[in-house]
Design a protein around this ligand. Structure first.
Ligand code: SF4
Ligand code: SF4
Length: 128
């Protein structure tokens, strides 16, 4: 079993999950990150730190992103000689490489980071 990174990570890549993973099984592409299913130890450390809720246990991946289980797995596979197209193109799985820019999500993350900074300042002035 494994955890899976789905569509909300595309063009966000704040790398919070990468820092948390104790076995370094999360790898960065050009536009998203990928979990290697043969290295993931199901510890769940990555899932709660993702600001856009892009990480799911494999059995809980929402239906609309079910193909991301395959995308994460294929990113680490060597294509067979019979295949027309390799899995990885321009540093990403070919289906990720074809996605249009997800720029609105980047703005969401910027706002999220600012809110976190404001919260840290508030803690400084009003210690609990
Ligand atoms: S569940 Fe644990 S081992 Fe698997 S990717 Fe997340 S942090 Fe890494
Ligand atoms: S924490 Fe979430 S958004 Fe950030 S890199 Fe990991 S999966 Fe992508």
């Amino acid at each position: 079993m494994t955890y899976v990174i789905a569509q909300p990570c595309v063009d966000v890549q704040d790398r919070a999950c990468l820092i948390e993973c104790p076995v370094d099984c999360i790898y960065q592409g050009n536009r998203t990150l990928y979990i290697n299913p043969s290295e993931c130890v199901d510890c769940r450390a990555c899932e709660p730190v993702c600001p856009v809720e892009a990480i799911f246990y494999v059995e809980d991946v929402p239906q609309q992103w079910a193909h991301y289980t395959t995308i994460n797995a294929e990113y680490f596979q060597t294509p067979s000689a019979q295949q027309d197209e390799p899995y990885v193109r321009d540093g990403d799985h070919r289906l990720i490489a074809r996605l249009p820019p997800q720029t609105s999500r980047k703005k969401d993350i910027a706002a999220f980071s600012i809110r976190k900074e404001e919260a840290a300042d508030a803690d400084l002035w009003f210690p609990s």
